[in-house]
Design a protein around this ligand. Structure first.
Ligand SMILES: C[S@@+](CC[C@H](N)C(=O)[O-])C[C@H]1O[C@@H](n2cnc3c(N)ncnc32)[C@H](O)[C@@H]1O
Length: 399
């Protein structure tokens, strides 16, 4: 395909915005798709009535991801699903601040719009022509005049020439849903080919890779800093910063706090716990995936031991009390043997009313087990129950 700059006239923008706002209102009133689509006049619109309907539906859904900003933005279904959450996009844009950046697989522009508030000039390249128009509409909606959208193939011959003044090349490639083991091969555009195409422009190249990939698997293909991003205590992203963008081998960042731990932080030996201390700490999955638990403990100076026995989460125990965005801290209330009767007795003694279960069990059994334990409790304390080997640990979250 030929690479072309997407230019939208102000009048075309206003027409499409009016059509989408009307469709949003009709959908909110409960009108079925056919009636909404029929009410949209196709003449002179740069999107088809079906596309306007899709954008309107997505705009309603996008509130969860983008808050009130969504009311001004344009999306298609896939573009919305893969768009970067606002907090992550803001952080990434700060870290990649430069004069000229090229996002060579920009989708609807979830990340691109944030680059535009931190960089002087931003290129957005998108292979899907409709999505490229949507990205351009978003730039106009937010009056970001420093964005240039190119509809084209980042791996073609023309795009590397068009963006040759870029200081940084960024790519968040599309990935097929539901792959069992994430590899580089299935990503589009393929990061290895992006490096081939753009390394003569700059060595400062950054990617978003599937976060399930451990550092060693990334290293097999590409070298650089692997930054695991946690959003609200969930592993959300894995960024790879190459060349001059890297400042360590592996790192983890917690958002929104921006607390960071890296492979440069001195790691300490962590022994296996022989007893449960005054606190249980749950470790952020991003730190676990990054392999930085020992570095985190070294950095924050906690005397902690690792608790074995829970396959789904990494738990530490300690008598020390520390605060870190990478740790959820629980004060231990009681430790009893793991069985319904000892647990219920301990819960009554603790004055508990509700119990959140923090141990592996099939999701279909969660509520029946929880109800069995909560049945007859009269207290007002909300406690958490961990299973550690043959012991049940009753604990309370502390801020
Ligand atoms: C995961 S999405 C990007 C999401 C974007 N970062 C955001 O926050 O909205 C990846 C995009 O890359 C586009 N793409 C795939 N291959 C491409 C190529 N060779 N050149 C340009 N864009 C490509 C896809 O169409 C898709 O829209």
């Amino acid at each position: 395909m030929r690479a072309v700059q997407v230019k939208i006239e102000e009048t075309d923008f206003r027409k499409v915005e009016k059509a989408v706002s009307k469709a949003v209102a009709l959908i909110r009133k409960g009108l079925p798709k056919e009636r909404v689509v029929r009410s949209i006049k196709a003449k002179g619109l740069i999107l088809s009535p079906d596309d306007v309907y899709e954008v309107a539906r997505c705009r309603i859904k996008a509130r969860e991801k983008f808050g009130e900003l969504a009311d001004n933005l344009f999306f298609d279904e896939e573009g919305l699903r893969y768009s970067t959450p606002k907090v992550v996009a803001e952080y990434r844009a700060k870290r990649l601040k430069c004069d000229v950046i090229a996002d060579v697989s920009c989708g609807v522009g979830g990340q691109l719009l944030f680059f535009a508030t931190h960089c002087k000039k931003v290129y957005g390249v998108e292979i899907n022509p409709k999505r490229a128009i949507i990205a351009a509409l978003n730039a106009m909606a937010l009056e970001l005049n420093n964005i240039e959208i190119i509809a084209g193939d980042a791996l073609g011959e023309e795009v590397p020439v068009l963006v040759r003044d870029a200081d940084i090349i960024f790519s968040d490639p599309a990935r097929p849903p539901g792959e069992e083991i994430r590899t580089i091969d299935s990503l589009e555009p393929n990061p290895l080919r992006i490096v081939e195409k753009y390394s003569h422009t700059t060595d400062r190249i950054a990617f978003e890779l599937p976060p399930q990939m451990p550092p060693g698997r990334v290293d097999r293909w590409l070298k650089g800093e692997k930054e695991y991003t946690s959003l609200n205590f969930k592993l959300n992203r894995l960024a790879l910063y190459m060349g001059g963008l890297a400042d360590c081998d592996v790192s983890a960042i917690s958002l929104p706090s921006e607390e960071r731990v890296t492979s440069e932080d001195e790691a300490v030996e962590i022994d296996v716990a022989s007893r449960i201390g005054s606190f249980i700490y749950e470790v952020d999955p991003a730190v676990v995936k990054a392999g930085l638990v020992a570095n985190l403990i070294g950095k924050i100076g906690l005397q902690a031991e690792i608790v074995k026995g829970d396959k789904r989460r990494t738990l530490l125990t300690s008598d020390g009390e520390v605060k870190s965005a990478f740790l959820r801290r629980y004060k231990v209330v009681d430790v009893v043997s793991f069985g319904v009767e000892p647990i219920r007795k301990a819960l009554r003694k603790a004055g508990a009313g509700k119990v959140t279960l923090r141990f592996s069990l099939p999701p279909s059994e969660y509520w029946s087990v929880r109800k069995k334990l909560e049945n007859g409790l009269e207290g007002d304390r909300w406690v958490y129950l961990f299973r550690i080997g043959d012991s049940a640990v009753i604990a309370e979250p502390t801020c």
